[in-house]
Design a protein around this ligand. Structure first.
Ligand SMILES: [Ca+2]
Ligand SMILES: [Ca+2]
Length: 253
């Protein structure tokens, strides 16, 4: 009885593995592959700001059979009504030849069908004497970024619907970072963050390195400034040694 149950379990597991293998093989052999966002300019922006962006991605194995393949760039819902498209170009990465656009880019609901127009849709159609194109796509558009209370990251999803194969998609997570309005800009935020970190490092180094002398009190008041090049830790040690040496000389005198 027990042996019978074991045999059945083996059969069920074998069928499961077989199905999985078939699914994996069919997915890799027929779909567009290698979709990857390779560049998105101005990835960090301020809430409410309208900025122009260039988005580049690659996709491999798009059928060059003369039948339209549809490419989608899907933004988060918050960008609906805040997208202004200005141009797109598709080239074969090997030859550099332009892949012709058969249906110009428009802003549509997209494949999620939620009624929110958050997606750029373009039809391309290459009729070549070879089977597929490995393409590089470049889009230019501007976005008005949503109001946020704190720094918020948004995803961008690329979907390829090939005329020959099933659709394929890739999501670039945290592709766009929106900083709350009124907060410092991207650059000054980075600087502001970096400065306290640099200051904090020598303070902790100092308590480990220096011995309790008069020099120590001067150190605590923050006379040591991190020097560029050698790093804050090194500058601090040198200053501490110099002060200690001075203290010793003063005492000897
Ligand atoms: Ca095609
Ligand atoms: Ca939608």
């Amino acid at each position: 009885m027990l042996e019978h149950a074991r045999t059945w379990r083996r059969v069920v597991v074998s069928i499961g593995v077989l199905c999985l293998t078939v699914a994996v093989v069919s997915a890799t052999t027929v779909a567009v592959s290698g979709i990857a966002v390779t560049n998105l300019t101005n990835t960090e922006v301020e809430a409410g700001q309208t900025s122009t962006h260039a988005l580049e991605y690659e996709a491999d194995g798009i059928s060059a059979d003369g039948t339209t393949d549809t490419l989608y760039v899907q933004f988060p819902d918050v960008y609906a009504g805040n997208i202004s498209f200005s141009g797109a170009e598709f080239v074969n990465r090997t030859s550099g030849a332009t892949v012709s656009i058969s249906s110009s880019t428009s802003i549509v609901d997209g494949l999620d069908g939620d009624g929110i127009r958050d997606t750029l849709r373009t039809g391309i159609s290459n009729d070549a004497d070879y089977p597929t194109d490995d393409i590089s796509a470049t889009y230019e558009f501007s976005l008005t970024h949503p109001a946020v209370d704190e720094t918020t990251a948004y995803d961008v999803t690329i979907i390829a619907e090939d005329s020959m194969t099933e659709s394929s998609r890739v999501t670039a997570t945290d592709a766009i970072t929106v900083v709350a309005a009124g907060a410092e800009t991207a650059t000054s935020t980075a600087t502001a963050t970096a400065t306290p970190t640099a200051t904090a490092t020598p303070m902790s180094t100092e308590s480990e390195v220096s011995t309790p002398t008069d020099a120590d009190e001067q150190m605590a008041t923050g006379t040591a400034t991190p020097t560029s090049g050698s790093g804050p830790g090194f500058g601090l040690v040198v200053t501490a040694l110099a002060l200690a040496a001075t203290a010793l000389i003063v005492r000897r005198d």
